[in-house]
Design a protein around this ligand. Sequence first.
Ligand SMILES: [Fe+2]
Length: 452
Amino acid sequence: MITSRDLSPYFPSGLMAAMSEGRTFHFYHWDAVAGDRLTVAPDARPVVHWIWSGAVTTQSARITALLGHMEDVVLLVSAEDDFNPAVRIAPTRWIPESRGWIAHFDVPELSAGTTYHYVIERKGRVIWQHAGTFRTFPKGASHLRIAMGSCAATGSNHPVFSTIMQLQPDFFLHLGDLHYEDIAVNEVQLFKDAYHAVLTAPRQAELYRSTPIAYIWDDHDYGPNNSDGSSPSRMAALKSYRAAVPHYPLVSDEEDGSIQQAFSFGRVRIIMTDGRSMRSARSVADGPERTQLGARQLAWLKRELSAAARDYALIVWANTVPWIGEEPNYDRWSGFQYERRAIAGFLEREGIHNVVMVSGDAHMVAIDDGTNNRYGPSGEPLFPILHAAALDRRGSVKGGPYSHGAFPGPGQFGLLEVEDDGGSTIRVTLKGMNHWGEVLVEHSFERAVFPQ
Ligand SMILES: [Fe+2]
């Protein structure tokens, strides 16, 4: 929307005063020299197209925004909602986009467990309608609420996004299929267009302005349906993710490196694996050669799991596709039975008992308490699993069986809540919810904390 202030350089103040907000005006001026009637083209590019926060830690965050202009733009950040006092942060990186530039603002030196407000200012004008908030993570043991979900039609404006926002989670874990563009050509701008559609959809935009994101892709937002490391759009997907998403530090600095990442909240470690960009082609038979994660990511995952088992009360492994299931299927872990057994065997050998998996892809909320997750050599239950979908797609059930049932449908999401008072046990509650706030499926368990 153009405001009268945008137009003020072009018109006398008397005319400006006659304008009222929210109405359409058609402006022309007469070029006396050329004698032509010309449409005045005031610089109508929005200052802010979209903005979201992520990579939140106890002391830092990243804000990523698509801006219409490069000059005289700063991010104001303040612990006060009137921005008094505020720090002014210049972008650390600019990336061209057909509508303007994607700017990265790295916000350092924050206090733990504190709500911060942020807003873009350009030439002294504050763009209040795109103001956002995030809360830095606490230091030490703390309660945690993660909202999570996956699978939304491109640019969805489903009420589920408002429901999630109202629950005020510490962050929103997006488990993939952020959009369904199924991009099969290697053009970065196509991905940027998809991000634009998602991040300007009103209810999604409002959620992302109020709640920091941690986002890992699945097939439809990485490439075409059921895509893998041979996807023609692979490089564009990797490049646009690095440009548009306020992600945690990636393991790989290389442009073509996969996007797995890990971060901590209190005594909880969150590990997000990239099951797409290193996935073997479908033609590779299930066995030692077929991989969903790739050798480097698998080695990283094992290191992360071992270290987190020692140092954290709980490990949340965000893995997008169904883990449980027997029937071989290339789009699920049941098509990667060799690699699944290898990971399960590793968990057993290392004695890692504090994992919970969260997944998307299947358009359902579902919980298994570990009963049907017996892929290690002992055949004992491995870890509980929560499926959280579909934000806005028709329901479907994949994999399983699930001990607590599977509930297909749109308008659904998951919650993972940790009660942690710093004692020798923590309590974890998994919930599958719908957008009316109803709990469709729930499971709680306690875990002893080692070392104490
Ligand atoms: Fe999906």
